[in-house]
Design a protein. Structure first.
Length: 333
């Protein structure tokens, strides 16, 4: 297990972010790089707020000429994405797709609803099974972009989902379980938060994670209990501060999770967490294989109370080293 982090409890590292300053004397430019110490415990507690429909007149019909995505985040590295991994050109709404304003309900309660080729302004609240969202551009400012808590087998494919970024407080673009394919996700605290059961997360481009909260904990893809039969494959996740992929038994046991052939980069503390120290039950059957990992500030993997299979990964050097503080030294305000 090359690069596996088997450190003891890191509770002393949970307080506040530290900043590193790099002074480039040769060019007389000063670059400040702010990096976060990863928080071990994450919570995805749902806020008691209701989605609101914003008038469709705010969204104009358009023909997609390319996926614009969100503005560049200062915390995202600008290194090119290797060939074969998802990027702006292979995710989101396909070029030449005619999009028209969505005028339907923002609360979806009818099973097998299909929403296709639409501009959606606001959050979708899904409480129905087998719902499909395809070739849509969704801009939202609430806690979730798509809230499918408890819904079974939803599909979100070829969509561009843009959160409020630093202008708001958003947990994730997607909450749910099902099939999440070739989406372009940006400007939220987390990309995809999986619910219980089986899911396929494939071909997505998650990048420019942003949030205005005082202490955000950024993760690209989150698996935090109740999952059985998850495939996370062929995604590009440009993360920051905490992790690209976060697996922890906060809300139940976890079994049979495969993380295969993803490009995981950016400025995370750790690329992949597998943390079985919570009370939700065991984490078993996790495999982490054939991924391309740009080293996080603390390392590639952090494994606690679990025995994942880790093999065949290409471990690339990172651009930034986070120096672990002395536990006896109190964090600076």
């Amino acid at each position: 297990m090359s690069g596996v982090d088997l450190r003891p409890d890191r509770s002393t590292l949970r307080r506040r972010w530290r900043s590193l300053a790099i002074i480039a004397a040769a060019s007389t430019a000063i670059v400040f790089v702010t990096l976060a110490v990863p928080d071990i415990y994450h919570s995805i507690a749902r806020r008691a707020e209701e989605p609101m429909q914003i008038p469709a007149a705010l969204a104009q019909p358009t023909v997609v000429a390319g996926a614009p995505g969100g503005p560049a985040s200062p915390a995202s590295r600008s290194e090119p994405i290797p060939a074969g991994f998802p990027d702006e050109s292979t995710t989101g709404v396909p070029d030449e797709t005619l999009l028209t304003p969505y005028t339907g309900p923002m609360r979806i309660t009818q099973n097998e609803t299909v929403i296709e080729n639409k501009i959606i302004v606001g959050s979708l609240w899904i409480r129905a099974d087998n719902v499909v969202l395809r070739n849509c551009r969704l801009n939202y400012t609430a806690w979730w972009g798509i809230d499918a808590e408890g819904a079974k087998n939803i599909t979100v494919e070829n969509c561009e989902i843009v959160g409020p970024g630093y202008g708001g407080d958003s947990n994730a673009a997607i909450l749910g379980s099902g099939n999440f394919l070739r989406n372009n996700i940006s400007r939220s605290e987390n990309g995809i938060v999986l619910q219980g059961g089986a899911s396929l997360v494939k071909g997505n481009y998650i990048h420019n994670l942003e949030d205005k909260s005082a202490d955000p904990h950024y993760d690209g893809i989150s698996v935090q209990g109740g999952q059985d039969g998850v495939l996370i494959e062929g995604n590009t996740v440009i993360a920051r501060d905490t992790s690209n992929i976060f697996i922890k038994n906060d809300f139940g046991p976890i079994s049979n999770v495969t993380v295969n052939n993803n490009y995981l980069a950016g400025t995370p503390g750790i690329n992949i967490y597998v943390d079985g120290r919570a009370s939700g039950g065991p984490i078993v059957g996790v495999s982490i294989t054939n991924n391309h990992l740009v080293k996080g500030g603390y390392g590639y993997y952090s494994v606690d109370n679990s025995t994942p299979t880790i093999s065949g990964n290409i471990e690339l050097p990172g651009e930034t080293l986070i120096t672990q503080p002395d536990p006896a030294t109190p964090a600076q305000p």
